[in-house]
Design a binder for this molecule. Structure first.
Ligand code: HSE
Length: 464
């Protein structure tokens, strides 16, 4: 019997008609209609893994998660996961203007088109899931204002550290804590490069080449190696932890491009490992927030120094919980899509309700409990300094004099005997000092006639 005949019969029977109406109404309520923008590595992973675990997701969320449209730039592009031709559009407006779509998953990357997409989605009453760290770090403040005006949330677990559930941890699990610090290895590409420099003795260009050949680094690895990929993640974590968007130009960002094999060796001799770290710290007295990303020396025995290869790890310290540590894959199709799917499931449970689960109405709770970002010049740590100096009497004394004049104490000095005849590396570790004062001293040391090359200055972190 065809559907039309069935419907005719149902319409004739008032009880069957009422039951069918109820059934279809319940069905449509329990289906979450998703518009997927982007079918790159992560987008394809989301599609593939929702299909893979569909039954489990239905049981756990009480909803059918249905991707009803997929927007891509180029449908003909070769892909590992087959693009379902019946769902494809090349026009983002087809997602935004489709009233049946409840939720838009933004995985197109970039900041301009993605901003317009997220804005329009929220204004059209749709919930948004995004994995776009640059978008949130640069324009999060604007986007959450739009989310608030339209009473729709933005979920963004996949924007920080791929598969590690760090966003929901800070939003929900640690909601009762003042976050005292967040210190993490949040760029897998840099961690891979530094691991290979440490363990295989490669120099930076060789290790980068290897990371690219293995597909760990992007085709254009600039944002990875210059620290900005990690910085975007640090900005999101800091803003979330402290309830105010940290401006991109108020944090300190340094990449790993200038790290030399000899710095790795000297660090090793001194008992340290070099890691690209995101450091977020609350200064309890002033309430100011320190946010910085840079290659730092951490003690070899510290747990973060055992995080190797492309893995990420984040330590969060809260005033009630104490120290916590999260470890896992910070990138890749499956880990990152796991986070996107978690957000979709979260959205599915909130979409018809005003239930607030730690994330407020929008996914970001703004408040004025803490102070402003700490000016970089005031940030205090210990340091590693390597200078290439002419090997003649008085040079070390001159360097020490400049440091002394700036009230910077010297913790240790190494000058290896087996160096070039004329130029010797001098490696010093320096006592706690404000970064501004250390920079001033280093610029005076650089200007000395006996110094060759730019000095290497790295932080020695006091990670507990
Ligand atoms: N390219 C990043 C990394 C992953 O290497 O960790 C995406 O942010």
């Amino acid at each position: 019997m065809c559907v039309r005949q069935n419907m005719r019969l149902i319409r004739k029977n008032p009880f069957a008609y009422r039951a069918a109406k109820l059934f279809f109404c319940e069905m449509s309520k329990s289906t979450l209609h998703i518009g997927l923008a982007g079918f790159g590595n992560v987008g394809a992973g989301v599609f593939k893994n929702i299909e893979k675990n569909r039954d489990l997701l239905r049981e756990r969320t009480g909803r059918e998660l249905v991707i009803t449209k997929i927007a891509v730039r180029d449908p003909s592009k070769a892909r590992d996961v087959e693009l379902p031709a019946d769902l494809v559009t090349t026009n983002l407006d087809d997602l935004i203007n489709d009233d049946s779509i409840d939720l838009i998953v933004e995985l197109i990357g970039g900041t301009d088109r993605a901003f317009e997409l997220v804005k329009a989605a929220l204004e059209n009453g749709k919930t948004v899931v995004t994995g776009n760290k640059a978008l949130l770090a640069e324009r999060g403040q604007e986007l959450f204002a739009i989310a608030a005006a339209n009473h729709r949330p933005i979920f963004y677990e996949a924007a920080v550290a791929g598969g590690i559930p760090i966003i929901k941890t800070v939003q929900e699990s640690l909601i009762g804590n003042h976050i005292q610090s967040v210190v993490g290895i949040i760029n897998g590409t840099c961690n891979y490069i530094l691991t290979r420099m440490t363990e295989a003795g490669l120099d930076y260009p060789e290790a980068l080449k290897e990371a690219m050949a293995l597909g760990y680094a992007e085709a254009d690895p600039t944002l990875d190696v210059n620290g900005w990929d990690a910085a975007h993640k640090a900005i999101i974590l800091a803003s979330l932890s402290y309830g105010a968007w940290v401006p991109c130009d108020e944090i300190h960002v340094e990449g790993i491009e200038k790290i030399k094999a000899e710095d790795i060796d000297f660090a090793e001799k001194l008992g340290y490992t070099i890691k690209l770290l995101g450091v977020i710290q609350l200064h309890e007295k002033s309430g100011s927030i320190e946010v910085r990303v840079q290659p730092s020396l951490i003690p070899k025995g510290h747990i973060l120094s055992s995080v190797k290869g492309v893995f990420n790890a984040i330590m969060v310290r809260g005033d009630i919980v104490g120290e916590t540590l999260f470890y896992g894959s910070g990138a890749g199709q499956d880990p990152t899509s796991s986070s996107v799917i978690a957000d979709i499931a979260d959205a599915a449970s909130r979409i018809d309700s005003e239930t607030v689960k730690g994330i407020g109405e929008t996914g970001f709770v703004s408040h004025g409990i803490y102070g402003k970002p700490l000016p970089l010049a005031e940030s205090i740590s210990k340091y590693y300094l390597r200078v290439e100096a002419e090997d003649r009497p008085g040079v070390l004394a001159r360097i020490a004099t400049v440091l002394g004049e700036h009230n910077i104490g010297i913790l240790s000095v190494i000058q290896p005997e087996d160096h070039d005849e004329e130029i010797a590396p001098i490696v010093l570790t320096l006592h706690y000092a404000p970064f501004g004062i250390v920079q001033d001293a280093i610029s005076k040391i650089s200007a000395m006639d006996c110094i060759r090359d730019e000095p290497a200055l790295l932080r020695v972190e006091d990670v507990r």
